[in-house]
Design a protein around this ligand. Structure first.
Ligand code: PHE
Length: 454
């Protein structure tokens, strides 16, 4: 295929792992995971989340990387190349739409992180829990400011993508990832030594088993796992398409999943102990503002807190950027591969469309009140976008990917691609079983169960 000649590739295996982990690690880990744990009843959510990651998401991660590397195209092109003259390319279309949809609300939250660099560095957010929470509410109610910050995030993402695959994505992630891990570790150590931390740890680590089959928890955990691992929409598929033929897909997948999960768990070790050290803290009340309410107070308990706070939000912004880059790359690569657009044209047009869809999310806070409701829907626009894309579109995309690899393209061909040039595939019988049976059945059951109990 002509496009493979001009395709960018990763500079090295570590480069690929860092870039894929850069896509995976982002707001989903540090903002999304604690928020969902808080709303999903604590440790029981953590348990369901880990099961989803191991039994459903890891096999699908391998499947996406295999499809991408085999076809060497973006999602729509890949499904079409492997099964021409069928409708399977529509799974790719779902991914292109999900990429734009997720980016539209993701860039709003990333914009908050950008603003908090300034707020923490200048010591603007201080005081008791009510003051810090009130600060967040007032800040997000400023619609024009939210729109401006969203534009900054999208503009920066577009600028990086104009630079192409390797020089842009790989370089940013190589610096950011180790720094973020170190800072999270320092913060977690501080948080678990605060007075009252034990209560937070119990909330985070002692599951209430009676809620194990709560459909809301199952659906939220599944959606969160897909979202956090960048799965179900072809982001990993697209990154896999830049992966060299001699690389081991399975070890790359395991590394990415392990790094991403470790970062999410670490974020929980920061938020819950420090949250519970605050008088009258209710983890489920904070909603999307949870980390913005808890963290500034943690920083103020540290010597040099302003510096720590600013460093934290700088790293969070960078982590978010390596994710927005991969979200934007899916629709962009699609228009380049399938419609032969120039990269520049694809980047500019897609970014503009995403910005327009982002406006209601940015404004949802101002016009409706941040946790206010859309008339008749019981939620604000930003939260609604999260539910549509994370809780439904991504798991459905993952289900179709599993069915495609397990039953349509068939596992033996996928295994052959993994084992090219003698790369190992440990546990391939287990993987075949999971991808053919466990992934499709479990996702279908959770989705049907969720809809039935709505
Ligand atoms: N995984 C990213 C995060 O956790 C978000 C993302 C989802 C990125 C889907 C790409 C595709 O922040």
């Amino acid at each position: 295929m002509a496009s493979s000649v001009t395709r960018g590739t990763w500079g090295s295996r570590t480069g690929f792992i860092l870039a894929a982990a850069g896509s995976a690690v982002g707001l989903g880990n540090i903002w999304g995971f604690p928020t969902q744990v808080g709303q999903g009843g604590g440790a029981v959510f953590v348990l369901v989340y880990l099961l989803c990651v191991l039994l459903i998401c890891l096999p699908i991660m391998v499947a996406e990387l295999v499809i991408g590397r085999h076809a060497q195209l973006a999602p729509v092109g890949s499904f079409d190349a492997i099964r021409p003259n069928t409708r399977w390319w529509l799974v790719g279309v779902l991914g292109v739409l999900a990429g734009a949809g997720i980016l539209s609300f993701y860039s709003v939250i990333a914009g908050w992180a950008v603003a908090y660099i300034w707020f923490t560095a200048t010591g603007a957010v201080t005081g008791d829990a009510a003051a810090v929470g009130g600060f967040f509410t007032t800040f997000t109610a400023n619609g024009p400011l939210s729109i401006g910050l969203t534009l900054v995030v999208l503009g920066t993402t577009a600028a990086v993508l104009l630079g192409g695959v390797q020089s842009g994505i790989e370089r940013v992630t190589k610096l950011m990832m180790p720094a973020l891990i170190v800072l999270l570790l320092v913060l977690a150590l501080r948080a678990i030594t605060l007075p009252g931390a034990a209560e937070g740890l119990a909330y985070y680590l002692k599951p209430d088993f009676s809620r194990l089959f709560d459909p809301t928890i199952l659906n939220a955990a599944l959606g969160q796992a897909f979202f956090s691992l960048s799965l179900g929409m072809g982001a990993m598929l697209t990154y896999g398409s830049y992966l060299g033929k001699h690389e081991s897909i399975v070890s790359a997948a395991c590394w990415v999943v392990a790094l991403d999960t470790a970062m999410a768990l670490l974020a929980g070790f920061i938020i819950f102990p420090s949250g519970f050290s605050i008088e009258g803290f209710d983890p489920s009340a904070g909603g999307p503002g949870l980390i913005f309410a808890v963290l500034p107070r943690l920083f103020s308990s540290l010597p040099g807190g302003q510096l720590f706070g600013a460093a934290f939000f700088i790293l969070l912004t960078m982590a978010a950027l390596t994710s927005t880059i991969s979200l934007l790359e899916v629709p962009v690569a699609h228009f380049i591969d399938v419609h032969s657009w120039a990269r520049r044209k694809a980047v500019l047009l897609v970014t503009t469309v995403v910005f327009l869809i982002a406006i209601p999310s940015a404004l949802a806070n101002g016009s409706v009140g941040f946790l206010g409701n859309l008339p008749g829907l019981g939620t604000d626009f930003l939260t609604l976008m999260g539910i549509i894309w994370n809780n439904f579109a991504l798991p459905i995309g993952g289900l179709l990917t599993a069915v495609f690899v397990g039953w349509v393209w068939r596992v033996d061909r996928a295994i052959e691609e993994v084992e090219l040039h003698g790369a190992p595939f440990p546990g391939r019988a287990l993987w075949s079983f999971l991808i053919r049976w466990v992934c499709p059945v479990a996702i279908a059951v959770i989705i049907v169960y969720t809809i039935a109990s709505m």
